[in-house]
Design a protein around this ligand. Structure first.
Ligand SMILES: Cc1ncc(COP(=O)(O)O)c(C=O)c1O
Length: 427
């Protein structure tokens, strides 16, 4: 990339969550392989982000490349209205087999946010069909993140999600306190009290509760106790409210289970997946529910589920996703994620000794270092690049979720470089 390309980028192209007036610098990446990103000047960075939880098998994987090439030679895209194709069927067969019974009805969509919109619409339409149209609001918990489209935003944490900016436009949803008890801490029923009160007060107007099971990602990287989710399932059954698990970040092995709801031995009524679905090759997501709920959703006067994006079931994305799921089915991810977890637990220990570190938490292939103060994004990003790694913190959180294929040496290099940078923040 030339200096003129970078100048054009800075002046004309919006990047995620950035200002057009004073954009933060972007680093030019020209290729990627395995766990490494290659900069335009030839330097390589070890990637700690898996491109926002998605590239679980690493970049440029020969099997995923081949699946894409094979599909391109047949057809990259065909509309899904009135048409089906082998890649969509192969993908959905795998999704049905991988997820818990009775989840077996799949709606494929373009991105995580859309999968959440679809889930929320399904829940509302379900209650309309059941003759309870008043049940059209959502329960959720603080510190959640579910995407940036309007309905998804309405169930994101009100502060992090800047609800003030959109007041009067966003639907007003019902928020309980986020779980406080960590994954390994002793459980206490008081953690669920705030949510239980919300159910008692509002179940007659609540279509569903939506939450990220076990790990709240972009809303704070919080890892909570499996009993919390068990209690949520019980409350849903008691008060007749649907349970939507948003596994867009946690799904496909990231937390050490194929799906995070397995930590609590529960099954949601509606499940959203995305991100790692295609091994991070391209955007694709799915919303999965049961036959009973799916059929009820279609039992309104309209007789259909009112959603159908242009690129629904895109064959190219489905073919790559089906291959990515085949790789997961082979099972190696379990050893890889476990190995990452124990290495992170060992190598994150020294971080707790640093005076600018407030908390350290690890689950599966997720490692989080919570600092005492928010980082200065531009300087810390530059320091990480200087150390040969790609890590993108937010607020007080420096976190990594490496590719499952990362070697012990590369993970050591990653955690050592992070330590060096965080330690220097103290100076
Ligand atoms: C839990 C969760 N839900 C939904 C989304 C939105 O997905 P997308 O960015 O593909 O729209 C994200 C993205 O980070 C997420 O982490």
């Amino acid at each position: 990339m030339t200096p003129s390309d970078l100048a054009f980028d800075k002046q004309h192209i919006w990047h995620p969550y950035t200002s057009l007036i004073s954009p933060l610098p972007c680093i030019p990446i020209v290729s990627a392989h395995g766990v490494r990103l290659t900069l335009a000047d030839g330097r390589e960075l070890i990637d700690g982000m898996s491109s926002w939880w998605s590239t679980i098998h690493g970049y440029n994987h020969p099997r995923l490349n081949q699946a894409a090439k094979d599909q391109i030679d047949k057809m990259s895209h065909v509309m899904f209205g009135g048409i089906t194709h082998p890649s969509a069927v192969a993908l959905c067969r795998k999704l049905v087999a991988m997820t818990a019974a009775p989840l077996d009805r799949v709606f494929i969509s373009d991105s995580g946010s859309v999968a959440v919109e679809v889930a929320l619409k399904m829940a509302i339409q379900y209650w309309v069909a059941k003759g309870s149209p008043r049940k059209n609001r959502m329960l959720t918990i603080e510190h959640g993140y579910h995407g940036d489209t309007f309905a998804a935003m309405s169930v994101c944490d009100p502060v992090n999600g800047m609800h003030d900016l959109f007041s009067g436009v966003l639907s007003l949803q019902l928020f309980a306190k986020a779980p406080q008890i960590g994954f390994d801490q002793p459980w206490d029923d008081s953690d669920i009290e705030s949510l239980e009160r919300l159910f008692q007060l509002h179940h007659q107007e609540a279509a569903a509760i939506i939450l990220e099971p076990i790990v709240q990602g972009a809303g704070g990287m919080r890892i909570y106790h499996p009993n919390y989710l068990k209690a949520v399932r019980r409350l849903c059954d008691k008060y007749d409210v649907l349970l939507i698990c948003d596994e867009i970040a946690t799904g496909f092995g990231r937390t050490g289970k194929l799906f995070a709801y397995e930590h609590s031995d529960i099954v949601p009524d509606i499940l959203c997946v995305g991100k790692a679905l295609t091994g991070g090759y391209m955007s694709l997501a799915a919303t999965i529910t049961s036959q009973a709920i799916g059929e009820m959703v279609c039992n309104t006067a309209a007789g259909v589920f009112m959603h159908g994006p242009t690129f629904m079931g895109n064959p190219l994305a489905c073919a790559v996703a089906a291959e990515s799921l085949s790789m997961l089915e082979e099972g190696n991810w379990q050893h890889q994620v476990l190995a990452i977890e124990s290495q992170l637990k060992a190598q994150f220990k020294p971080f707790s000794m640093l005076t600018n570190v407030r908390d350290v938490r690890v689950l599966g292939a997720i490692g989080v270092i919570e600092l005492t103060e928010a980082v200065e994004m531009e300087s810390i990003s530059a320091a990480f690049v200087e150390q040969g790694i790609w890590v993108r913190p937010f607020g007080k959180l420096v976190y990594i979720m490496p590719q499952y294929i990362i070697s012990e040496q590369d993970l050591t290099a990653l955690t050592t470089a992070i330590y060096n940078v965080i330690q220097k923040l103290n100076d």
